[in-house]
Design a protein around this ligand. Structure first.
Ligand SMILES: NC(=O)C1=CN([C@@H]2O[C@H](COP(=O)(O)OP(=O)(O)OC[C@H]3O[C@@H](n4cnc5c(N)ncnc54)[C@H](O)[C@@H]3O)[C@@H](O)[C@H]2O)C=CC1
Ligand SMILES: O=C(O)C(=O)Cc1ccc(O)cc1
Length: 301
């Protein structure tokens, strides 16, 4: 039995269009309706033909949905919640895919009093945006973290879990605060570091900059991929997960200072010990099949 019959997706970019494509691929009888605030994105999504219906307003899009998934930047979630409030069916479940969770839960709870809100975060994506960037297999074998609020209806939680499993994801549940702390170190801080290092390189002299491009075959190239991620999305992630990111950044700068000292004083043992530990972490990620090169992740899309 399918967990939902009529799914509405608000925000038709990388993640929204991937969810729509994945629903079509894995649950072809489910009707998928879409809406995006940008008329040009709506027209492009229409031409790409991954939806059954496109609505002209967010309200019309949700009118008979049983699952509504908000796939807009984190900072826009509350406003979209307010836009759909009057038309949301009483028995519909509202979910989202935002990269931080506590702020979204607060914004949606305020905008949609009494609604069933079961947030989720597929930990899968790329540096690309827009409806053209999405693909049906994005969630295959990736984690999706569901963060039910306290006292959430267990049946609603189970239906959202079943939905993501159908899309190919492995699902774990945790509370929003814990999610935000974990993701601050595993995703948000790495993006901040990538933005910084690429920014630092681009601030260098013109001549050096061309050498940076020319010799960027190694680690720097990986950083430039991450640093090409969507500016609106990541601005919102850092502002919404401020406390956890600042906490992790503080720890990171202390560790960086310790490394700086080890280099200055020629403490090779300290460097060697750290690099040995980090190599083991990489190897255990690969053993668990969670590395970038895993089949189906589709980074090349
Ligand atoms: N990009 C990634 O790798 C991942 C992103 N996420 C989360 O998914 C969400 C969407 O991200 P992407 O799909 O990458 O972004 P995107 O930029 O590709 O798509 C976002 C879409 O939302 C629309 N939008 C913005 N404000 C709106 C509003 N008020 N009403 C209606 N539509 C509106 C935009 O026009 C755009 O088409 C974000 O919350 C992000 O944190 C989650 C996992 C991975
Ligand atoms: O492209 C990458 O390396 C990513 O890390 C994609 C990504 C971005 C944001 C998320 O919340 C989850 C995954």
């Amino acid at each position: 039995m399918l967990p939902f019959a009529r799914v509405t997706i608000i925000g038709l970019g990388l993640i929204g269009s991937s969810v729509a494509r994945a629903v079509r691929a894995t649950m072809p009888t489910v009707r998928v309706t879409g809406y995006d605030g940008d008329a040009d994105v709506r027209a492009r999504a229409d031409a790409l033909d991954f939806l059954d219906d496109i609505a002209d307003t967010a309200g019309v899009a949700v009118i008979d949905a049983d699952l509504v998934i908000l796939c807009v930047p984190v900072g826009a979630m509350g406003a979209v919640g307010a836009e759909i409030a009057a038309d949301l069916p009483a028995d519909a479940i509202v979910s989202d895919v935002g990269s931080s969770k506590e702020t979204i839960l607060n914004a949606l709870t305020a905008a949609l009093p009494g609604a069933t809100i079961i947030p989720a975060h597929p930990v899968a994506g790329t540096e690309n945006s827009g409806p053209e960037a999405g693909f049906a297999t994005l969630f295959n074998g990736r984690w999706c973290i569901v963060t039910p609020p306290e006292g959430a209806d267990p049946t609603a939680v189970e239906r959202v879990i079943a939905f993501w499993k159908r899309l190919g994801a492995n699902v774990e549940t945790m509370d929003a605060k814990h999610h935000d702390l974990v993701l601050a170190v595993t995703s948000h801080l790495p993006h901040l570091i990538a933005y910084t290092i690429v920014g630092t390189a681009s601030d260098m002299e013109e001549v050096t900059r061309s050498e940076v491009i020319k010799f960027s075959a190694g680690g720097f190239r990986d950083f430039t991929r991450i640093a090409a991620s969507d500016p609106t999305m990541w601005r919102d992630v850092f502002l919404s997960n401020k406390d956890a990111v600042l906490e992790m950044l503080q720890r990171f700068s202390e560790d960086l200072t310790a490394l700086q000292r080890a280099i200055r004083w020629g403490d090779g043992d300290q460097l060697f010990d750290l690099f040995t530990r980090t190599r083991a972490i990489r190897r255990s990620i690969i053993e668990q099949g969670q590395d970038d090169a895993a089949p189906d992740f589709g980074r090349s899309h």
